[in-house]
Design a protein around this ligand. Structure first.
Ligand code: Z5A
Length: 211
Protein backbone atom coordinates (compact mmCIF):
# COMPACT_ATOMS: atom_id res chain seq x y z
CA UNK A 1 0.00 0.00 0.00
CA UNK A 2 1.33 3.48 -0.77
CA UNK A 3 1.65 6.22 1.86
CA UNK A 4 -1.34 8.14 3.19
CA UNK A 5 -1.66 11.42 5.09
CA UNK A 6 -3.99 11.29 8.10
CA UNK A 7 -4.67 14.50 10.04
CA UNK A 8 -6.20 15.24 13.44
CA UNK A 9 -8.05 18.53 13.84
CA UNK A 10 -10.23 20.27 16.39
CA UNK A 11 -10.74 23.42 18.42
CA UNK A 12 -9.44 24.26 21.87
CA UNK A 13 -9.34 21.32 24.30
CA UNK A 14 -10.79 18.97 21.69
CA UNK A 15 -8.50 16.17 22.86
CA UNK A 16 -6.23 15.65 19.83
CA UNK A 17 -3.18 14.95 21.98
CA UNK A 18 -5.28 12.60 24.11
CA UNK A 19 -6.31 10.40 21.13
CA UNK A 20 -3.13 10.70 19.06
CA UNK A 21 -1.27 7.83 20.75
CA UNK A 22 -4.30 5.53 20.38
CA UNK A 23 -4.58 6.34 16.67
CA UNK A 24 -0.86 5.77 16.17
CA UNK A 25 -1.05 2.46 18.06
CA UNK A 26 -4.00 1.32 15.94
CA UNK A 27 -2.14 2.07 12.72
CA UNK A 28 0.87 0.10 13.97
CA UNK A 29 -1.42 -2.82 14.92
CA UNK A 30 -2.69 -2.76 11.36
CA UNK A 31 0.90 -3.18 10.15
CA UNK A 32 1.27 0.41 8.99
CA UNK A 33 4.58 2.21 9.27
CA UNK A 34 3.56 5.66 10.52
CA UNK A 35 5.48 8.89 11.08
CA UNK A 36 3.91 11.26 13.63
CA UNK A 37 4.27 15.01 13.37
CA UNK A 38 2.53 18.21 14.39
CA UNK A 39 1.75 21.71 13.18
CA UNK A 40 2.91 24.30 13.54
CA UNK A 41 6.21 22.48 14.01
CA UNK A 42 7.50 19.06 13.06
CA UNK A 43 10.88 20.32 11.76
CA UNK A 44 13.60 22.35 13.49
CA UNK A 45 12.52 25.40 11.50
CA UNK A 46 8.82 24.72 12.12
CA UNK A 47 9.34 24.38 15.88
CA UNK A 48 11.12 27.77 15.87
CA UNK A 49 8.14 29.25 14.02
CA UNK A 50 5.78 27.62 16.53
CA UNK A 51 7.59 29.28 19.44
CA UNK A 52 7.32 32.64 17.67
CA UNK A 53 3.69 32.40 16.60
CA UNK A 54 2.36 31.12 19.95
CA UNK A 55 4.45 33.51 22.06
CA UNK A 56 2.04 35.56 24.23
CA UNK A 57 4.73 38.28 24.37
CA UNK A 58 4.02 39.04 20.68
CA UNK A 59 0.49 40.49 20.74
CA UNK A 60 1.44 42.75 17.81
CA UNK A 61 1.60 39.85 15.32
CA UNK A 62 -0.94 40.72 12.60
CA UNK A 63 -3.30 38.16 11.02
CA UNK A 64 -1.43 38.23 7.70
CA UNK A 65 1.91 37.47 9.39
CA UNK A 66 0.28 34.70 11.40
CA UNK A 67 -1.11 33.07 8.25
CA UNK A 68 2.20 33.35 6.39
CA UNK A 69 4.13 31.92 9.34
CA UNK A 70 1.79 28.91 9.50
CA UNK A 71 2.45 28.29 5.81
CA UNK A 72 6.20 28.89 6.15
CA UNK A 73 6.36 26.14 8.76
CA UNK A 74 4.07 23.93 6.65
CA UNK A 75 6.06 24.36 3.43
CA UNK A 76 9.14 23.16 5.28
CA UNK A 77 7.29 20.23 6.86
CA UNK A 78 5.87 19.11 3.52
CA UNK A 79 9.26 19.14 1.83
CA UNK A 80 11.36 17.83 4.70
CA UNK A 81 9.07 15.18 6.15
CA UNK A 82 5.65 14.61 4.58
CA UNK A 83 6.53 14.29 0.88
CA UNK A 84 9.59 12.05 1.46
CA UNK A 85 7.66 9.80 3.88
CA UNK A 86 4.73 9.37 1.50
CA UNK A 87 7.10 8.74 -1.40
CA UNK A 88 8.74 5.98 0.68
CA UNK A 89 5.32 4.37 1.22
CA UNK A 90 5.07 5.44 4.88
CA UNK A 91 1.94 6.92 6.42
CA UNK A 92 2.02 10.31 8.11
CA UNK A 93 -0.17 11.18 11.10
CA UNK A 94 -0.19 14.93 11.69
CA UNK A 95 -1.62 16.75 14.70
CA UNK A 96 -3.16 19.60 12.62
CA UNK A 97 -2.49 20.57 9.00
CA UNK A 98 -4.02 22.91 6.39
CA UNK A 99 -7.59 22.70 7.73
CA UNK A 100 -6.32 24.50 10.84
CA UNK A 101 -5.35 27.52 8.71
CA UNK A 102 -8.82 27.61 7.16
CA UNK A 103 -10.38 27.33 10.62
CA UNK A 104 -8.14 29.67 12.68
CA UNK A 105 -6.80 32.18 10.18
CA UNK A 106 -9.83 31.97 7.86
CA UNK A 107 -12.75 31.51 10.29
CA UNK A 108 -11.13 32.97 13.38
CA UNK A 109 -9.15 35.87 11.90
CA UNK A 110 -11.27 36.49 8.81
CA UNK A 111 -8.48 35.98 6.28
CA UNK A 112 -9.90 35.34 2.78
CA UNK A 113 -10.43 31.67 1.99
CA UNK A 114 -9.24 32.22 -1.60
CA UNK A 115 -5.92 33.56 -0.30
CA UNK A 116 -5.48 30.53 1.98
CA UNK A 117 -6.31 28.22 -0.94
CA UNK A 118 -3.69 29.99 -3.04
CA UNK A 119 -1.05 29.49 -0.34
CA UNK A 120 -2.08 25.86 0.04
CA UNK A 121 -1.80 25.16 -3.69
CA UNK A 122 1.64 26.72 -3.79
CA UNK A 123 3.27 25.85 -0.47
CA UNK A 124 1.49 22.69 0.71
CA UNK A 125 -0.05 20.94 -2.30
CA UNK A 126 -0.40 17.55 -0.58
CA UNK A 127 -3.99 16.94 0.57
CA UNK A 128 -4.85 14.75 3.57
CA UNK A 129 -6.44 11.39 2.70
CA UNK A 130 -8.33 11.21 6.00
CA UNK A 131 -9.08 13.90 8.58
CA UNK A 132 -10.49 13.15 12.02
CA UNK A 133 -12.24 16.26 13.31
CA UNK A 134 -12.73 16.18 17.08
CA UNK A 135 -15.73 18.38 17.64
CA UNK A 136 -17.24 19.66 20.88
CA UNK A 137 -19.03 22.78 22.14
CA UNK A 138 -16.62 25.70 22.55
CA UNK A 139 -17.41 26.29 26.23
CA UNK A 140 -16.62 22.66 27.06
CA UNK A 141 -13.32 22.78 25.14
CA UNK A 142 -12.27 26.03 26.80
CA UNK A 143 -13.09 24.61 30.23
CA UNK A 144 -10.82 21.64 29.52
CA UNK A 145 -8.02 23.81 28.16
CA UNK A 146 -8.23 26.11 31.18
CA UNK A 147 -6.74 23.36 33.34
CA UNK A 148 -3.50 23.34 31.33
CA UNK A 149 -1.62 26.37 32.62
CA UNK A 150 -0.75 29.70 30.99
CA UNK A 151 -2.53 30.23 27.65
CA UNK A 152 -0.47 30.83 24.51
CA UNK A 153 -1.05 33.81 22.17
CA UNK A 154 -3.91 32.14 20.25
CA UNK A 155 -5.48 30.52 23.32
CA UNK A 156 -5.96 34.06 24.69
CA UNK A 157 -8.67 34.72 22.10
CA UNK A 158 -12.29 34.98 23.24
CA UNK A 159 -15.21 32.58 22.88
CA UNK A 160 -16.51 34.27 19.70
CA UNK A 161 -13.18 33.60 17.98
CA UNK A 162 -13.39 29.90 18.89
CA UNK A 163 -17.04 29.74 17.76
CA UNK A 164 -15.90 30.97 14.32
CA UNK A 165 -13.07 28.40 14.34
CA UNK A 166 -15.55 25.63 15.13
CA UNK A 167 -18.01 26.78 12.48
CA UNK A 168 -15.23 26.87 9.85
CA UNK A 169 -14.11 23.33 10.75
CA UNK A 170 -17.68 22.02 10.61
CA UNK A 171 -18.29 23.73 7.27
CA UNK A 172 -15.18 22.12 5.81
CA UNK A 173 -16.24 18.71 7.11
CA UNK A 174 -19.71 19.16 5.60
CA UNK A 175 -18.18 20.19 2.26
CA UNK A 176 -15.82 17.18 2.12
CA UNK A 177 -17.62 14.24 3.73
CA UNK A 178 -15.46 11.68 1.94
CA UNK A 179 -12.32 12.95 3.66
CA UNK A 180 -13.61 13.99 7.08
CA UNK A 181 -14.85 11.86 9.98
CA UNK A 182 -16.41 14.06 12.64
CA UNK A 183 -16.03 12.63 16.14
CA UNK A 184 -18.08 13.87 19.08
CA UNK A 185 -15.30 14.70 21.51
CA UNK A 186 -17.64 15.82 24.26
CA UNK A 187 -17.85 12.10 25.12
CA UNK A 188 -15.63 10.48 27.77
CA UNK A 189 -12.01 9.91 26.67
CA UNK A 190 -12.44 6.17 26.10
CA UNK A 191 -15.44 6.69 23.82
CA UNK A 192 -13.52 9.29 21.80
CA UNK A 193 -10.54 6.94 21.44
CA UNK A 194 -12.83 4.09 20.37
CA UNK A 195 -14.55 6.27 17.76
CA UNK A 196 -11.20 7.51 16.41
CA UNK A 197 -9.82 3.96 16.15
CA UNK A 198 -13.03 2.75 14.46
CA UNK A 199 -12.60 5.51 11.87
CA UNK A 200 -8.99 4.42 11.32
CA UNK A 201 -10.02 0.77 10.94
CA UNK A 202 -12.69 1.64 8.38
CA UNK A 203 -10.23 3.76 6.41
CA UNK A 204 -7.48 1.10 6.45
CA UNK A 205 -10.02 -1.57 5.42
CA UNK A 206 -11.06 0.58 2.47
CA UNK A 207 -7.43 1.18 1.43
CA UNK A 208 -6.68 -2.56 1.65
CA UNK A 209 -9.72 -3.37 -0.45
CA UNK A 210 -8.53 -0.92 -3.10
CA UNK A 211 -4.92 -2.22 -3.13
N1 Z5A B 1 -2.89 26.89 14.56
C1 Z5A B 1 -3.36 27.87 13.71
O1 Z5A B 1 -3.87 28.90 14.14
N2 Z5A B 1 -3.24 27.69 12.36
C2 Z5A B 1 -2.64 26.59 11.83
O2 Z5A B 1 -2.54 26.49 10.59
C3 Z5A B 1 -2.16 25.59 12.73
C4 Z5A B 1 -2.30 25.78 14.09
C5 Z5A B 1 -1.52 24.36 12.19
C6 Z5A B 1 -1.32 25.24 18.49
O3 Z5A B 1 -1.91 24.06 18.06
C7 Z5A B 1 -2.12 26.40 18.02
O4 Z5A B 1 -1.83 26.65 16.64
C8 Z5A B 1 -3.60 26.21 18.10
C9 Z5A B 1 -4.12 26.36 16.69
C10 Z5A B 1 -3.00 27.11 16.01
N3 Z5A B 1 -4.10 27.30 18.87
N4 Z5A B 1 -4.96 27.37 19.67
N5 Z5A B 1 -5.65 27.72 20.44
P1 Z5A B 1 -1.84 22.76 18.95
O5 Z5A B 1 -2.68 21.74 18.28
O6 Z5A B 1 -0.44 22.41 19.22
O7 Z5A B 1 -2.43 23.25 20.37
P2 Z5A B 1 -3.89 23.18 20.90
O8 Z5A B 1 -4.97 23.51 19.96
O9 Z5A B 1 -3.88 24.03 22.09
O10 Z5A B 1 -4.05 21.65 21.10
P3 Z5A B 1 -3.60 20.83 22.29
O11 Z5A B 1 -2.93 21.64 23.32
O12 Z5A B 1 -2.78 19.74 21.72
O13 Z5A B 1 -5.03 20.40 22.82
P4 Z5A B 1 -5.81 19.09 22.39
O14 Z5A B 1 -4.83 18.10 21.89
O15 Z5A B 1 -6.95 19.31 21.51
O16 Z5A B 1 -6.39 18.64 23.75
P5 Z5A B 1 -5.69 17.69 24.83
O17 Z5A B 1 -4.42 18.29 25.34
O18 Z5A B 1 -5.68 16.28 24.39
O19 Z5A B 1 -6.82 17.81 25.96
C11 Z5A B 1 -7.04 19.01 26.65
C12 Z5A B 1 -7.45 18.68 28.09
O20 Z5A B 1 -8.72 18.05 28.05
C13 Z5A B 1 -6.51 17.73 28.80
O21 Z5A B 1 -6.47 18.08 30.14
C14 Z5A B 1 -7.18 16.38 28.63
O22 Z5A B 1 -6.88 15.49 29.66
C15 Z5A B 1 -8.64 16.78 28.63
N6 Z5A B 1 -9.48 15.89 27.79
C16 Z5A B 1 -9.19 15.48 26.54
N7 Z5A B 1 -10.18 14.71 26.06
C17 Z5A B 1 -11.12 14.66 27.03
C18 Z5A B 1 -12.39 14.02 27.14
N8 Z5A B 1 -12.91 13.29 26.13
N9 Z5A B 1 -13.10 14.18 28.27
C19 Z5A B 1 -12.60 14.92 29.30
N10 Z5A B 1 -11.40 15.55 29.26
C20 Z5A B 1 -10.66 15.42 28.14
Amino acid sequence: MSGRLVTLEGGEGAGKSTVLAAVQARLLERGIDVVVTREPGGTAFGEAVRALVLDPARPELCAESELLLMFAARAQLVRELIAPALAAGRWVLSDRYTDASYAYQGGGRGQPVARIAELEAWAAPIQPDLTLLLDLPVAQGLARAAGRGAPDRIERENGDFFERVRAAYRARAAAEPARFRVIDSSQPVEAVRTAACAAIDAFVDAQEARA
